[in-house]
Design a binder for this molecule. Structure first.
Ligand code: SF4
Length: 451
């Protein structure tokens, strides 16, 4: 039975996990809208879609919990579970008896049609068969998001899948091998976004640095970036996560040039800076490759934001290996850290190894290195006080001390608030303005519009 009195059925999409998964949810939302649904956040709902994540055992558990919670909270709605956790743990998924549809990543392309069929054809969501598809590989040019995304910054998925099989990672088993969206299609999507008023696109993928590998190197991330810079003037481009050995001298040049629309922001996927640990993880770069990237970026110190992901407590991480990572992070100009205590993921090579680092020790290491990350972030933000920054306005906020403010991020990814003065009433979310930061407080810059 339909839950809303409006003519259109209503769907809630809940997303867990990475930017690629969020992008695919936007693709689902576009499909629902095109098929005559309202994509909404407030009940009543005719359907609830949980787009799940399985990158860690905990993410998988939370995904299943979200599905159970939705079934309990919205007993009349059709609840569908999709995404990586469906591929990773089919038995556990099947234990949730009341699901109306179960689709892995491959089946996402059929999800809208299936839910539409059920909602319109079935008298109740409780009747009819449950659609089940556990496979993992979604074609790269399907499930594209549209330009109605409600933000000033749009994520564009240019790559999916991974060929690397790092020993701790389940993703290649859940999303298949490396696939890249042809440059022409990326450019077309970006043009549409620019025409719809977006000022910034974030290029993302499961293994972005391998963009073009599947096309026999007829194009690459570097060649895509160069085309974007030349063919899409005025559109800011932000890069998703890359590994050190994937960063070419051309990418470094683009990052260092403030006149170019590529944002001064690099997210390095490091995981460790100890050769012993990197070797055990099956990562293809070494500490010297990491140091080399920072050498090449010396000119951008204080200006180019460089973030990283780290895993602490991997089985090969002895105390001295951790100390090596800590020392390198302390030495180089990193500006923020995402730290994850290692937890074994069933189905990976490392899951069969003895987990040698105790939970207490992992927690301690995570805290030590996260504290260092906070110090480095503060130093970087302080170095930007007084420097003119280009900030993309994202939302309006009421700030306790400052009153009405714009909130946005600078090209070098510093969260910034700008009190709205009388001469700023013409600005809207999606505009880029030049500001002068005055202080760094509570994890954001307080700035004023430059005259
Ligand atoms: S590169 Fe390694 S960590 Fe990244 S998705 Fe592939 S296997 Fe996982």
């Amino acid at each position: 039975m339909r839950q809303s009195s409006s003519l259109k059925p209503r769907v809630l999409i809940e997303t867990l996990g990475c930017k690629v998964n969020h992008y695919e949810s936007q693709g689902l939302a576009a499909g629902f809208r095109q098929t005559g649904w309202d994509v909404v956040k407030k009940a009543p709902f005719d359907a609830v879609v949980i787009n799940s994540c399985a990158v860690t055992a905990e993410a998988g558990r939370q995904s299943l919990q979200s599905a159970r919670r939705a079934l309990k909270r919205y007993p009349e709605a059709l609840v569908a579970l999709t995404g990586c956790e469906v591929v990773a743990d089919p038995e556990k998924v099947l234990e949730i008896k009341e699901l109306g549809a179960i689709f892995g990543n491959h089946g996402k392309k059929n999800l809208v049609a299936e839910l539409t069929r059920k909602i319109f054809a079935d008298k109740s969501r409780k009747t009819g068969s449950v659609a089940v598809d556990f496979s993992g590989e979604l074609e790269i040019d399907l499930l594209r998001a549209d330009s109605i995304r409600g933000r000033s910054r749009a994520v564009v998925k240019v790559q999916d899948g991974c060929n690397s099989f790092c020993r701790y990672c389940i993703i290649p088993y859940l999303r298949g091998r490396c696939r890249s969206l042809e440059p022409e299609k990326v450019l077309a999507e970006c043009r549409e976004l620019a025409a719809a008023g977006f000022r910034e696109v974030v290029l993302t993928g499961i293994h972005l640095g391998r963009y073009g590998d599947d096309a026999g190197k007829s194009f690459s991330l570097t060649s895509l970036l160069l085309r974007m810079v030349n063919e899409l003037p005025g559109l800011r481009v932000r890069l998703g996560s890359l590994q050190p050995h994937e960063i070419t001298p051309e990418i470094i040049e683009l990052l260092l040039d403030p006149q170019i629309a590529v944002c001064e922001h690099l997210h390095l996927s490091l995981q460790s800076a100890s050769d012993r640990v990197l070797g055990a993880m099956g990562r293809p770069y070494r500490r010297s490759d990491i140091e080399d990237i920072f050498m090449q970026l010396t000119e951008g110190v204080g200006r180019v934001a460089i973030g990283t992901d780290l895993i602490v407590g991997f089985p090969a991480e002895t105390e001295s290996a951790f100390a090596e990572t800590y020392a390198l992070i302390e030495k180089v100009s990193l500006t923020y850290l995402h730290v994850f205590p290692y937890s074994p993921r069933q189905g990976t090579v490392a899951a069969s190894w003895p987990d040698r680092v105790s939970a207490t020790e992992k927690k301690l290491r995570a805290k030590q290195i996260a504290d260092l990350g906070r110090t480095k972030r503060d130093e970087f933000a302080q170095a930007n006080i007084g420097r003119p920054l280009n900030v993309l306005i994202e939302t309006k906020k009421e700030d306790k001390g400052e009153g009405a403010c714009w909130f946005g991020h600078s090209r070098n990814y510093l969260p910034t608030i700008i009190p709205i003065s009388e001469n700023m009433t013409q600005f809207r979310a999606g505009d880029e303005i030049i500001v002068t930061p005055r202080k760094w407080e509570n994890g954001r810059l307080l700035a004023e519009k430059s005259t």
